[in-house]
Design a protein around this ligand. Structure first.
Ligand code: NAP
Length: 244
């Protein structure tokens, strides 16, 4: 039977290339994001692979719209095998101006957007006694990155939520694979000054797909980051500030 996979943030970057990876494997895919025109372009390419593809214009911060998309996809394709909560933003906290709008938007998109995306699928997974939930966290979830406190915190939050849900949902045979990428070449990182061990998006997606197939709990990559994380964690503040 064809796998039924829902991917948020599929209009560009990692989500877009995950859509191609699974479409080319013959999966039925549901793609969501805010930019419908971009989603339609991605969907066309997925259909070229022969994939049955559905598009949902969703702001992941909107709980009801996210649930409606999930319900519609499951009704159309008869269930769900995997959900990838990939939608996210990586902006600066922008706190100097005394306005919390920017940091709140990051926290809301990257935390509430993830729970809004994943939770509506859980009852069906529980009923069918299988399913895979994939939150996209980050290497930043292990570090306090200057100017990106909201981003780091959001990625920690979803990693910890996923660790908890893995225990909660074990008895329903629901796999949770948390993905923690380092620097991947996508619109999010374009123009950033420091991108050590940068990976092309296609390579990153190959690694993500393999980690999910293998049932990994938390997948941190590229491997160099596993060495870098503990070093950066003990770096003094004056040195950290040089990289900001
Ligand atoms: N690139 C990296 O180096 C890297 C490293 C670690 C983790 N990540 C994580 O990987 C994920 C994908 O990032 P990327 O690098 O592929 O970035 P990207 O190319 O900017 O893609 C982000 C995706 O999220 C969607 N999105 C953003 N806000 C949304 C919202 N409110 N509602 C629905 N969709 C929304 C965007 O679509 P619309 O604008 O059309 O809504 C877009 O499809 C993110 O969670 C990011 O934090 C990336």
């Amino acid at each position: 039977m064809k796998k039924r996979i829902f991917i948020s943030g599929a209009s560009s970057g990692i989500g877009e290339f995950l859509a191609y990876a699974y479409a080319s494997r013959g999966a039925t895919v549901g793609l969501s994001a805010r930019r419908r025109d971009k989603l339609e372009e991605v969907a066309e390419k997925c259909r070229d692979f022969g994939s049955e593809t559905y598009v949902y214009q969703v702001d992941a911060k909107d709980r009801q719209v996210s649930k409606d998309a999930a319900d519609d996809f499951m009704e159309k394709v008869g269930g769900i095998d995997m959900v990838i909560a990939n939608a996210g933003i990586g902006n600066h906290d922008d706190i100097i101006n005394g306005d919390a709008t920017a940091i709140n938007d990051i926290l809301e998109t990257n935390i509430i957007g993830v729970t809004n995306t994943l939770v509506p699928f859980i009852p069906s997974m529980k009923k069918q006694k299988h399913g895979i939930l994939v939150p996209i966290s980050s290497v930043a979830s292990f570090l306090a990155v200057p100017y990106h406190g909201g981003y780091s915190a959001s990625k920690i939050a979803i990693r910890v939520i996923a660790d908890s849900w893995r225990l909660t949902l074990y008895k329903y045979n629901i796999q949770i694979t948390t993905i923690c990428p380092g620097f991947i070449e996508t619109p999010m990182t374009a123009g950033q000054k420091y991108r050590p061990f940068l990976l092309p998006v296609e390579t990153a997606v190959e690694k993500i797909v393999r980690a999910i197939d293998r049932g990994k709990k938390t997948f941190v990559f590229p491997w160099q980051m596993k060495i870098i994380i503990p070093i950066v964690r003990i770096m003094p503040g004056w040195l950290m500030r040089k990289f900001s």
